[in-house]
Design a protein. Sequence first.
Length: 241
Amino acid sequence: MFETSFITLFPEAFPGPLGVSILERARKEGIWDWETIQLREFGLGKHRNVDAPPTGGGAGMVLRPDVAAAALDSIVTDNKHLIYLSPRGKPFTQKMAHEFASSRGLIMFCGRFEGLDQRVIDTHGLEEVSMGDFVLAGGEVAAMALTEAVVRLLPGVAGNADSLSDESFENGLLEHDQYTMPRQWGPHGTPDVLLSGDHKRIAEWRLNSAKALTKQRRPDLYAAYSETHDIQAPETGDEHY
């Protein structure tokens, strides 16, 4: 079973979106499970203090290393990724999601205040991971987003495993445009090629759609894709995009 532990000051935030749809079904089927560890339980003194002012001065408070270490040491960490959600961390990617999914589970420290004392990050080998170039009030939402991205990759979670291979980032591109019923919606129709039944032409259209969309919205991804593929300019016209 894939196990996920969240060290947090706000366990009431969970499970959030992790408790619905395919992730909750997978949990009930024993594919994965989650738990929360209340950081306050490891706090010091009468008021269970977990933080202290930053050394050297400055605004805010910093989570103490002795408190954080005690919480981390309470969890069995064998073959699990120890992650600290932080805006200064390595950007999270689909490749990392696959890597994390191949382990026994995740232990995620949800930061608060000005962050976590560097000494516990270093001594416990926490992987600092960022969900984007923005700052949240705490790590709980980021931890849930990361967990959903990983757990949906576990065998048996997705209803159709083939659907995972055609998504954004899996082949270095954003996902192609999608269409469904009705065939005609007001003045807007469905590209004729998608109604042709010709699977080769449909695949070509979808690839060209993905290339054009990626080039427009994520030129960084398109440049990386171009380096490893024999790129021709995405075709235009109703049949292709």
